[in-house]
Ligand binder design. Structure first.
Ligand code: OAD
Length: 232
């Protein structure tokens, strides 16, 4: 019987909330150069541009609302007689605003700022600029508390431990292009978990999943949650 569910989410779960995905036809990486806005090197070259990119995303996020898929996962956590944990690649806070509590943001979060000089963290203001001083040490080394390409994602020890013990691993709205998240399905399956992909279209690593369901997250996620809760 399934008692520990580990859920990986990506940009696709927030797409119907109006937040852009990265690699779809109209995705963010078709409009912005990933190397310029999502790498430490890009930030060193042009911090103002990188802040502008994340300021815009923070604004989009503030104006967006969780959709039925976020709400269904929060309901699953509340009502399931077992453990439900979300690992999200998303830097938005829509899982939390829908009511989910057990959420690891492996790629960080737009809602926090971090000082690159002293690692102090604080609530990010709506608009950040390179001259912003760190409230703790005063250095003008403020950055969004997000993980860029070439950096190590957060919570990796906890995530690997959770992959080892989950009975069911579910991946929602992610293209399976970016590691280490793209490798989680193999890790979970290798440790004996069932695996399920819920995505608009088959992901890059769809064949690694035991079961795949296709459709918009706002429809297929609530339907799956209803099934799990009905099974008890
Ligand atoms: P992608 O843009 O790579 O993939 C989004 C996935 O969601 C695609 O497979 C879409 O088919 C699917 N999708 C789109 N709309 C959907 C909907 N309404 N319902 C269900 N699925 C839908 O985004 P991620 O996989 O999240 O990292 O990208 C992973 C990482 O790459 C991001 O965290 C970010 C990015 O570069 C960093 O910035 C470090």
């Amino acid at each position: 019987m399934t008692r520990k569910i580990l859920i990986l989410t990506g940009a696709g779960i927030s797409a119907e909330s109006g937040l852009g995905t990265f690699r779809d036809v109209d995705g963010l990486w078709t409009k912005y150069d990933l190397d310029e806005v999502a790498t430490p090197e890009g930030f060193a070259r042009n911090p103002a541009l990188v802040h502008e990119f994340y300021n815009a995303r923070r604004k989009n996020c503030r104006e967006a609302a969780p959709n039925a898929a976020h709400a269904a996962l929060a309901r699953l956590e509340r009502e399931f007689d077992g453990a439900v944990r979300i690992v999200t690649q998303n830097v938005d806070d829509l899982h939390e605003r829908a009511g989910s509590k057990a959420v690891w943001h492996m790629h960080g979060t737009l809602s926090k700022a971090v000082c690159a000089a002293c690692t102090h963290r604080w609530d990010a203001p709506a608009v950040m600029v390179p001259a912003d001083p760190c409230p703790a040490c005063g250095a003008a080394a403020t950055r969004p508390d997000v993980v860029w390409f070439g950096e190590f994602p957060f919570f990796m020890d906890e995530i690997h431990a959770a992959l080892e013990v989950c009975d069911l691993f579910v991946s929602i709205g992610t293209s399976g292009n970016v590691y280490p998240a793209a490798g989680f399905v193999e890790a979970a399956a290798g440790a004996g978990a069932e695996t399920l992909e819920l995505n608009l279209e088959p992901s890059f690593n769809a064949t690694a999943f035991g079961e795949r369901r296709q459709g918009p997250a706002s429809e297929i996620v609530p339907a799956w949650v209803d099934e799990v809760l009905a099974e008890g």
